[in-house]
Ligand binder design. Structure first.
Ligand SMILES: [Zn+2]
Length: 325
């Protein structure tokens, strides 16, 4: 029997698990709720117990596995196997995750941040077509990203490579949680799209159902904005155009530096689909130089919720973890 891989996608509400083959085929998956009480100290014990319980259920032993890969929020150290500053898990202090999970399961463990891990998944078995140069941008509550260049996941000097959400797209723009102004995240995340819609509604004098909803005090989300635009609402179309401009600008500049085969857009906002993609592509064309335009394609993510667990198995294949002392 060929060896297997365990992939884990650790999130603020759910921990997703899968047992995969070396080819990234999901054989079984399950999930556990994330218990973030008591400074998140129950999270790692839950992961260990859940793995051991499922190995027993399927009559598998630790020797049957090449390793466990995990994507986690926060700042991860993929050499030491630690996480710090994962605020949605209540992990403020340094968490020695690799050591604890290896002690509890006797399976080698490797970790990276969740956006990097999703990037590996899409690059390998998703929209990235296993090309060696792929950039992934996730448009969710925030904006994250991961860069694979020449087949390697980039980490950078401080582990912050691929933080695409903090590319400056408007030097005089909104303040970002990172402390600077005009980051892509402030205008292209789900919350950013709504913020743009509210501010543009203030200044819009024409006829618009979206403006009416906002002025009426109704709660709107990014999907409402895209749905209104698809129905021809003029204000909503202006908002989507602005979001597409910012994304096209950021993607153009990413591509001018890295010339990836593809820039893959994932996350909730990307569910606006080709409607968004076509508009981003148009701005991308005007912000990238001819060779880039001819060789870099913008695509929509394909793996959905499985990007994290598939990427975690890719992490194991790439880094071939060993048990630490
Ligand atoms: Zn920022």
């Amino acid at each position: 029997m060929s060896k297997k891989i365990i992939g884990i996608d650790l999130g603020g509400t759910t921990i997703k698990f899968a047992i995969l083959t070396e080819e990234g085929e999901i054989q079984t998956k399950w999930s556990e709720p994330t218990d973030i009480t008591d400074e998140g100290q129950h999270i790692v014990p839950t992961i260990i117990a859940s793995i051991n319980e499922h190995l027993e259920k399927y009559s598998l032993k630790s020797e049957d596995f090449i390793g466990i890969g995990m994507g986690s929020p926060g700042t991860t150290d993929n050499i030491k196997g630690t996480v710090i500053g994962a605020y949605n898990l209540n992990w403020k202090t340094l968490q020695p995750v690799k050591k604890l999970i290896e002690d509890g399961t006797h399976i080698p463990f490797v970790i990276d941040n969740d956006a990097n891990v999703a990037a590996l998944g899409e690059q390998w078995l998703g929209a990235g077509n296993n090309e060696p140069d792929v950039v992934f941008v996730t448009l969710g509550t925030g904006v994250g990203g991961g860069i694979i260049a020449d087949g390697r996941l980039l980490h950078g000097a401080g582990g912050a490579a691929g933080e695409i959400g903090h590319i400056t797209v408007d030097p005089n723009g909104y303040e970002c949680t990172c402390g600077k102004k005009g980051c892509l995240e402030t205008v292209a995340s789900a919350t950013g799209v709504v913020r743009l819609a509210r501010d543009m509604a203030d200044e819009y004098a024409g006829d618009s159902n979206l403006k009416y909803s906002i002025d009426d005090g109704q709660l709107i989300d990014a999907k409402d904005v895209f749905d209104a635009a698809k129905n021809g609402d003029e204000l909503a179309l202006k908002v989507v155009d602005k979001v597409s401009f910012y994304l096209g600008l950021a993607c153009g500049n990413i591509a001018n530096i890295l010339n990836p085969a593809s820039i893959v857009l994932g996350g909730g906002v990307s569910q606006a689909g080709t409607f968004l993609l076509e508009r981003v592509q148009e701005y991308f064309n005007s912000f990238s130089f001819p060779t880039i335009r001819a060789t870099t394609t913008i695509r929509l993510a394909e793996l959905g919720n499985d990007a994290g667990i598939i990427g975690a198995s890719s992490l194991v294949r790439k880094f071939k973890p060993e048990l630490s002392e």
